[in-house]
Ligand binder design. Sequence first.
Ligand SMILES: O=P([O-])([O-])O[C@@H]1[C@H](O)[C@H](O)[C@@H](O)[C@H](O)[C@H]1O
Ligand SMILES: [Mg+2]
Ligand SMILES: [Mg+2]
Length: 340
Amino acid sequence: MPPAQVWDGRRTRRRAAGAGRGVWSLAAGRRDPVGAGVPPRGAGGGGARRGRDEAERRGPGGAGGRPWEECFQAAVQLALRAGQIIRKALTEEKRVSTKTSAADLVTETDHLVEDLIISELRERFPSHRFIAEEAAASGAKCVLTHNPTWIIDPIDGTCNFVHRFPTVAVSIGFAVRQELEFGVIYHCTEERLYTGRRGRGAFCNGQRLRVSGETDLSKALVLTEIGPKRDPATLKLFLSNMERLLHAKAHGVRVIGSSTLALCHLASGAADAYYQFGLHCWDLAAATVIIREAGGIVIDTSGGPLDLMACRVVAASTREMAMLIAQALQTINYGRDDEK
Ligand SMILES: O=P([O-])([O-])O[C@@H]1[C@H](O)[C@H](O)[C@@H](O)[C@H](O)[C@H]1O
Ligand SMILES: [Mg+2]
Ligand SMILES: [Mg+2]
């Protein structure tokens, strides 16, 4: 890995980034954003900690017999708190460093938010494990065991965040016995909270999500992301994959700069498919539950079952669409998260 360079980007642009324009109010005392009895913002600090040992004792049965209820509520609270920090920081100056490539960026806010989420969760659920983007970048191993494991992307869309492009999210997934239980993704500037719980549906700000159901690639809007590698061979494959889908007469191929939010668009029926090489388990974990609970399919680019650690995915509104896309793609090798 090249040494991290520091770009003390003193940006002069002062363009408003859309913060605060969402229809969803986060002011104190507002309605429950997921229709799941979420306490008001501010209750997640000391108040959240009160239940920590109790939650451990309750185990998977959770409050009211809902599996992992305490964990889900904690994830929602933390995503909202993190989103508020990110929304404020979006228009401020940032210290930007690079990671695996010149296009793979990280800021002090990525670290701040990741540390906040992990420290709160660790205090509340001391036996749980964590896989998180910036910890992995510092050398922590990404191993998914049978233990309850949180899979965290503190800012998804860091490149957007650096440029004040207002498409950024917090993503928190949770797996037990290597099975994804729930996912929480918060679109920080539009204040949209996406949630999915295994067997309990997927929602955005309390509205049920459903995929489009489209099966025909020639009627599809397809989303993808570029991934961090920019060497000529990788770029050639990336562009050639896009070309293949356009030759197959897809209506369009879009890149929005946040894999988690692109996957949420698929879950909400605003797009019909998504594929990518080079995304990570923290980009995919929460979104996978949301898409599956919205009726969609998430598989490996080979057409086989999803491998969360394989850094590649095809997701679609139907299996037919997923297979058509998988068959069209050439593989770009990014290695595995659990082998780095
Ligand atoms: O680094 P990050 O902004 O959290 O996540 C990245 C973004 O989702 C980007 O759009 C995608 O191309 C990368 O593959 C992701 O890793
Ligand atoms: Mg990130
Ligand atoms: Mg990400």
